[in-house]
Design a protein around this ligand. Structure first.
Ligand code: CTP
Ligand code: CA
Length: 226
């Protein structure tokens, strides 16, 4: 394949990428979040744009550098990310959910800064909506790619997420391995499809992981199985 072909592979395709860690506030100055840097999602957005796709990136808290030529929409909470994704879902061809979305949020978000007391503080949390699962339920021809951050039984949990959330591909990373996952420039991933393991990648720069992932996606969109 020549350079031009690679650059045109996703021409005319609308791609939605989510990146970063969502932020769930307790009060005006305190919040719950996670170690996601957003680098994987930004690299994916860039790789998709390099192939000619029309890319929108929905970004929660991130330390990644912005990318030229990509529309970035900033959000804070899981709920805001859900709304931002859903409002664009119908006209989207490919969704890649690299964001680390909070599973829980505080039931109460205090309007003013919480004051300390003697003794313990118990914070009650409630479930957020699973964005990817919602997209899976409402799928009408979109190609859906999820991520799975695991520390054990990677294949088992990745396949479970793929089936439960109606994904076309799941990118699993064992975040207990050094050089994989949160807050580093590299990743070690296994990509699963409905048929099982599709590609096992060695330790690579996130940029390279993104490029290989987009190659897989482009192949599967132009030559669907069955
Ligand atoms: N995800 C999502 N909305 C949520 C939680 C997760 O869209 N509220 C997405 C993530 O963006 C990711 C995939 O679901 O693409 C898997 O996230 P992960 O945290 O690995 O799995 P969970 O389903 O949340 O299960 P658990 O955390 O219990 O392993
Ligand atoms: Ca989770």
């Amino acid at each position: 394949k020549n350079w031009f072909a690679k650059n045109q592979e996703l021409k005319g395709k609308r791609v939605l990428v989510t990146a970063g860690g969502t932020v769930e506030r307790l009060d005006p100055v305190r919040y719950l979040t996670n170690d996601s840097s957003g680098k994987m999602g930004f690299a994916i957005a860039e790789a998709a744009a390099n192939r000619g796709a029309d890319v929108t990136l929905i970004a929660a808290r991130t330390t990644a550098d912005s990318v030229a030529g990509i529309r970035v929409i900033h959000v804070e909470t899981a709920e805001e990310m859900l709304q931002a994704v859903l409002s664009r879902y119908e006209e989207t061809d490919i969704v890649i959910k690299a964001a680390a979305v909070a599973d829980y949020r505080p039931v109460v978000r205090a309007a003013s800064k919480m004051k300390k007391n003697d003794g313990r503080l118990i914070i009650e949390l409630e479930r957020t909506t699973d964005i990817l699962q919602t997209l899976g339920e409402r799928k009408k021809g979109q190609f859906l790619v999820g991520f799975a951050a695991e520390t054990e039984q990677v294949e088992h949990y990745a396949m479970d997420k793929l089936n439960r959330k109606n994904c076309d591909l799941v990118v699993a990373n064992d975040v207990s391995k050094e050089g994989a996952g949160f807050n580093v420039d590299t990743n070690i991933v296994k990509v699963f499809g409905q048929e099982g393991l599709v590609e096992e990648m060695p330790l690579l720069q996130k940029r390279e992981v993104a490029d290989r992932l987009l190659t897989l996606i482009a192949q599967r969109i132009t030559h669907p199985a069955k």
